[in-house]
Ligand binder design. Structure first.
Ligand code: PLP
Length: 372
């Protein structure tokens, strides 16, 4: 079955005995146990499993090409579950420009539990190899990176990791499986903040881990999911399954609109630089072309001016909303350094935009008047 069809049909029959075309929400926290006793796979208690969660886990695993998935109540809970499945004293290699929340989780939480880490430039394979230690257990990829849109060669990193017996994780939140399939390129685990494009309407927090194989390590992730308890509600899982049915078409729109906005920004005299993997000027463009079907809806750029001038530009939009996060149908943008807060390394004149699904002419018209 093709991707678009899977997104609409996969998992709908799970826990749906009435064969409703749109499965009902199952808010019950408990399920009646058969008179012959509880059997493997039966629903029992919603923290452990729920029909709506199972439906969503089924569809996201199918779309990423994995054997199994575990859904969480946020993207960061999903990331934490992967790291909590390691042993004390294990070492992870992580991009220096990894999503700021994941960096903080590693440095302020997991380090107390004995996790060792190196935050490095992941665009350079030799650099990655030189940081491998005997206790390295995970190489973590986020491509395109945030906010500089650096590109990592997924297949090359997967090969290097395999030859050193190291597990790989790819945060596929930004590209989504519509644009990039890390498991097909040799990665072991995919991570998502489903709060972004999977949710797609800026109204759900969620996360997921998808595993190429349902192996012993994934069983550990499942144990953290069930015993850590950061599980999504049945209602959120139901909403996520609903949004996923339109994911392919929303992503095609985000890709198309972002390409137009990037082309507009590149030519604008008030813009000093534009970071978008679809631009030939992007350092990682050739690798991006090889591993991405579309370049996504996120763009970062530098205003030709200082902090004050950049804040003024961001403040002038009427249609484009000032907000963090990404992946909604509405276009949003933010002064990235203000949003990242203390310790941010983003330039003072950097703006990050999540290009939405409004007509691109309206988005560009608003940006044009804001840039002045
Ligand atoms: N990964 C990436 C790439 C993100 O952009 C984010 C959130 O911004 C996360 C993970 C964390 O997800 P959540 O906010 O759902 O916890």
């Amino acid at each position: 079955m093709k991707f678009e069809t899977l997104a609409i049909h996969a998992g709908l029959d799970i826990g749906n005995p009435s064969k409703a075309i749109i499965p009902p929400i199952s808010p019950s926290t408990i399920f009646e146990i058969d008179e012959t006793g509880l059997k493997e796979g039966d629903f029992h208690y919603t923290r452990l499993q729920n029909p709506n969660r199972q439906q969503f886990e089924h569809v996201i695993a199918a779309l990423e090409g994995g054997e199994a998935a575990a859904a969480f109540s946020s993207g960061i809970a999903a990331a934490a579950a992967i790291l909590q499945s390691l042993e004390t004293g294990d070492h992870v290699i992580i991009p220096e420009d990894v999503y700021a929340g994941n960096r903080k989780m590693v440095t302020s939480v997991m380090s107390h539990w004995g996790l060792e880490s190196d935050f490095i430039d992941m665009t350079d394979l030799e650099n990655i190899e030189s940081h491998i230690r005997p206790n390295t257990k995970i190489i973590w990829i986020e491509t395109p990176s945030n906010p500089l849109m650096r590109i990592t060669d997924i297949a090359a990193v997967a090969e290097l990791a395999k030859s050193n017996n190291i597990r790989t994780v790819a945060d596929n939140t930004w590209p989504t499986p519509v644009n990039q399939l890390p498991l097909e390129l040799g990665i072991d685990l995919v991570l998502h903040s489903t709060s972004k494009y999977f949710g797609g309407h800026s109204d759900i927090l969620g996360g997921a881990v998808i595993s190429k194989k349902h192996d012993e390590f994934f069983d550990r992730v499942l144990t953290v999911q069930k015993m850590g308890g950061a599980v999504p509600s049945p209602h959120d899982c139901w909403l996520l399954s609903r949004s996923t049915r339109t994911l392919s078409y929303r992503m095609k729109g985000h890709n198309e609109h972002a390409e137009k906005v990037a082309a507009f920004l590149v030519d604008h005299p008030k813009i000093a630089d534009v970071f978008y993997p679809g631009l030939e000027s992007n350092k990682g463009h050739e690798i991006a072309k090889k591993q991405m079907k579309g370049f996504g809806g996120m763009i970062s750029f530098l205003v030709d001016g200082d902090y004050d001038e950049t804040i003024k530009v961001v403040g002038r939009t009427k249609l484009v909303k000032r907000a963090t996060s990404l992946g909604g149908v509405e276009t949003t943008w933010e002064h990235r350094r203000s949003s990242e807060g203390e310790g941010s390394v983003s330039p003072e004149n950097m703006v990050r935009i999540s290009v939405g699904l409004e007509h691109p002419d309206d988005i560009i018209e608003d940006l044009e008047q804001a840039l002045g």
